[in-house]
Design a protein around this ligand. Sequence first.
Ligand code: GDP
Length: 303
Amino acid sequence: KKRAEEMDPALAVTRPPIVTIMGHVDHGKTTLLDKIRQEYGIKSDVVSTEAGGITQVIRAWQVEKDGNHVTFLDTPGHEAFTKMRARGAKVTDIVVIVVAATDGVMPQTEEAISHAKAADVDIIVAINKIDMPNANVDKTRRQLYQLELLPDNMGGDVPFVETSATTGQGISELLEQVLLVAELADPPLKADPQHPGSGTCLEAYQDSDEGVKATLIVQQGTLHKGDILLCGSTFGRVRAMYNDMGVQIDEAGPSTPVKVTGLDEVPDADDPFYVVEDLSTAREIAEVRKSSRQRSALSSFTP
Ligand code: GDP
């Protein structure tokens, strides 16, 4: 059976970029994400079939611009990003650093930049709040240049986009830059949809009606309803699968975020998942992992 590393280059197709937005608190991450989703979010005629529906917001979703898809991870804040990276999960392809032109570079801006650099992901700068009378775009740019974020006319490769998350100005250009950076990504953003699905768990919880619900991002291959999953130290058969609009789907290809039910326990956010051949193998590996976790938890109690 093929493994993720053994992807057949001939069968690989371009996958949508996965984007995270980071920046200082109040610089507009949430507003920007909301605006992007409002204007470019993929709409569906199908009424949401997930119990609880659209109110149970999935923390990852896709937008479409000129026929191209982009996946956004709706996890503003660095914690999730840092934690994932610490565990070796590379989920994000592109980080958009949001800086409010009213404040300029702030401590968490610098922190976000250093995380993105350490993770070796492509960076795009969004200079936000340009609609505000006290916005100082030039000063903000200079501060960013000093942190070695340089646009191509200065010998760098970091696109700068001026945005207003409230008026929507610059959002279309931001998405164009995301698609351009994705197109030039090295290594190329490719995946083989014929491959069994694998990826990372983004969040999970116990639902009182439907049992464990886990948001997964498929990074390689295709995940199907009915597949047997091993996710960290949990396992199970995918009973139902929902897309980012809460609509039931039967399969999900590379870079697609989905919510699944059917795991036996709540996995950790950032646990990797794999599709495996049979339930007994999945159970065996999950049990071994569970008991080794328990052992290490116990040993940490030793005085
Ligand atoms: P976050 O903490 O980075 O997620 O920031 P928010 O998205 O919560 O934004 C903080 C505040 O700034 C909110 O009151 C937003 O309405 C406002 N805001 C965000 N972006 C803009 C913008 O481009 N222009 C203006 N005028 N206000 C903005």
